[in-house]
Design a binder for this molecule. Structure first.
Ligand code: HEM
Length: 481
């Protein structure tokens, strides 16, 4: 798949484009100073693009992202009008500059229905703002860096297990690692046997919102098999969370200062405490958002390095140098803070395989996006999947090329041509945590192992997050040099 270079050599301000970051969204009516409506991708009467999303989400993104030679395309899902924005300026406008004009809206609340509507990802307005400030200190730099040791310990524990295995199913094994890390750092628990319940629930959440699952378009109370499985898994998960809270309340650490204590002991300015339901939604959201996405980053990075021995060797050289003087050769937050090739591997992975591959907003009132009028109630989507593979910003966009991330390229890249963690007030609160975790786990593994592929032909599966479409097995061989 590749993107057409839509901007040719003209820009709306009438000056000639000069390539790279100078490309601007193209709309000829706007160039004449007129308002206009975006091109419309027709779907079937009544359901719009739903059938295409169910049958072939990949084709849906290809068609709307590149098929209209436009940076804004309108479509419908059932009766709801939607627009897809694929220019970094428009992405920035919606996520950052005009953020107050949008809510998360019904797509997000449907996706989090039954487990996280009051959690930090899906909640809205005052309640969201109050709770974001409440938990923000858990994500301050010093706090996150203090977790580095635990992150490395868990990576080493996995490495010891993987060293003895014939091959490793990394999509599953990385989830074990990231789940243990989030549990120990943010909740101060080793999960004590709750891992399986949490993983089951995470799978149920992913398959419930998979575009190819017709239940994704129905409320959760409609008794489809997928909804029943989901509700069962959620009951298990909520029970596990309640037990975790009860244990914390009863423990000697009851006034600890981790994320769990911040939520359990929350007291708002008016003296109110957090409702049980809200507390559960927060916990489930953090468990899910805090391990699933980072595991995907690790899966896609390990697989990409396994398939690109040159990039892997370059990374190993950088790590060998950086860790040569570290006690025990162990990575630390400081040791991985300034490693350009490790940064490039992480950025190239999140460019090509953004775990959150599309973001959704809903216009609260009539809004303008660039020259276009978007009516109140419209779903506005900003798909990283499309923007991150656009030839206007990336040469050979389908290839994994960490070397592209030179300082000059970074300087020239429009800010919102790469936004794996979103942007603006609703950007990922776990950005720093996830990035440090990914760097430390990759550093631990790649300084010890050579990684080679076992499974070939892995494609993507669009669920709530960007999954591999089959189990991914890799070989981990102890390095001899
Ligand atoms: C590679 C890993 C991760 C990726 C790619 C990722 C991506 C994102 C994105 C794109 C958003 C914005 C959603 C939107 O605008 O609608 C988001 C929000 C969020 N993420 Fe992450 N995330 C990652 C890791 C984490 C971790 C480790 C945590 C927690 C420890 C976390 C917790 C959250 C929360 C709570 C929000 C909602 C923030 C708010 O609305 O105030 N994420 N994430």
């Amino acid at each position: 798949m590749s993107a057409p270079a839509t901007a040719d050599d003209e820009r709306p301000d009438g000056t000639g484009g000069d390539g790279g970051a100078a490309y601007r969204p193209v709309d000829r009516a706007a160039m004449r100073g007129e308002r206009s409506t975006p091109p419309h991708a027709d779907g079937l009467p009544g359901v719009g693009k739903v059938l295409e999303l169910i049958r072939d989400p990949h084709g849906f993104y290809e068609d709307l992202g590149y098929g209209y030679d436009a940076d804004v395309v309108a479509y419908r899902v059932n009766r709801t009008p939607a627009v897809m924005l694929t220019h970094p300026e428009y992405v920035q406008q919606v996520l950052v500059e005009d953020a107050p004009k949008y809510r998360k809206g019904h797509v997000v609340s449907r996706a989090f229905e039954g487990f996280g509507e009051k959690g930090l990802v899906a909640s809205e307005g005052e309640e969201w703002a109050r709770d974001r400030s409440l938990v923000q200190p858990a994500f301050y730099r010093e706090r996150v860096e203090a977790y580095a040791d635990t992150m490395v310990e868990e990576a080493e524990r996995a490495a010891d297990e993987w060293a003895d295995a014939e091959s490793v199913r990394v999509d599953a094994a990385t989830k074990e690692v990231t789940l243990r890390i989030i549990a120990r750092t943010m909740f101060g628990t080793d999960l004590s046997g709750r891992g399986a319940v949490i993983r089951d629930a995470a799978d149920a959440i992913l398959s419930r919102v998979e575009p190819t699952n017709p239940s994704a378009y129905l409320p959760v109370w409609v008794p489809t098999p997928s909804n029943r499985r989901f509700l069962n898994a959620m009951r298990g998960l909520k029970d596990a969370m309640s037990e975790m809270v009860a244990e914390r309340r009863a423990s000697d650490d009851a006034d600890g200062d981790d994320l769990l204590s911040m939520l359990v002991d929350a007291e708002y300015d008016d003296g109110a405490t957090m409702s049980r339901e809200r507390l559960q939604d927060h916990l489930v959201t953090f468990v899910f958002a805090g391990h699933e996405t980072t595991a995907l980053l690790l899966t896609w990075a390990l697989r990409s390095l396994a398939r690109n021995p040159g990039a892997q060797a370059e990374l190993q050289r950088e790590l060998d140098d950086a860790l040569a003087d570290a006690p025990g050769g162990r990575p630390t937050a400081d040791a991985v803070a300034d490693l350009p090739y490790l940064d490039a591997v992480v950025d190239e992975t999140t460019r090509l395989y953004p775990p959150a591959y599309n973001l959704f907003r809903e216009a609260k009132r009539d809004v303008d996006v660039g020259p276009f009028e978007v009516p109140a109630g419209t779903t506005v989507t900003t798909p990283q999947w499309v923007v991150h593979r656009d030839e206007r910003w990336y040469d050979d966009p389908e290839s994994f090329v960490p070397d592209r991330w030179t300082p000059e390229m970074r300087e020239a890249l429009p800010e919102y041509a790469h936004y794996p963690f979103g942007g603006g007030p609703r950007s990922c609160i776990g950005n720093r945590f996830a990035t440090l975790e990914a760097k430390l786990v990759l550093a631990t593994l790649l300084s010890r192992f050579d990684v080679t592929p076992k499974t070939e032909d892995v494609g993507v599966r669009f669920t709530a997050t960007l999954q591999p479409d089959r189990p991914v097995h890799l070989y981990f061989t102890e390095r001899t040099t």
